[in-house]
Design a protein around this ligand. Sequence first.
Ligand SMILES: [Zn+2]
Length: 191
Amino acid sequence: MPSQTPLWQNGWYSQAQRHDSPNFGPRPEGASIDLLVVHSISLPPGQYGGHEVQALFTNQLDWDAHPYFEQIRGLEVSSHFYIRRDGSLVQFVSCDDRAWHAGRSEYRGRSNCNDDSVGIELEGLEGERFEPAQYQRLARLCQDLALCYPIAHLAGHEHIAPGRKQDPGPGFDWSLLKSLTDFSDKCFPLV
Ligand SMILES: [Zn+2]
């Protein structure tokens, strides 16, 4: 029998390129990781294809490289995953650990969503559309996460931090994501 790489190893996904971020910590004891949070990001906003997002999440962004970066200077954040416009996938933090993507947040009656969620950033601009390749990759990732974690909710950053965050916004097609996965209607935000 040929040896096969396991899909998941210690919270790392074999289908992603790994770029370790220092921005993470332990999850609380007994955390039930049942929430996927979808975000959008691009740096500078609306510019695609560069390495600035990976640089931000690994504390290597040159804050002086663009005027916009002044607004986020010193920010230490991360997500578990980042899906590029072409569908390629990067992982920064083990899903067994707590990434820093949600901030002040509340969902399904629990606050501090970083404690028990997986954060997935899509390369994009909030309110704008996303690429078919990104939905395909996201859907597969959601399905594969559900093999390993008791995923029961998928939501946008806008749903867990309403009024404070707007991503991924109205350009994100929740019904398309639903159609590409096995999750039931009640797993999704009311849109
Ligand atoms: Zn976000």
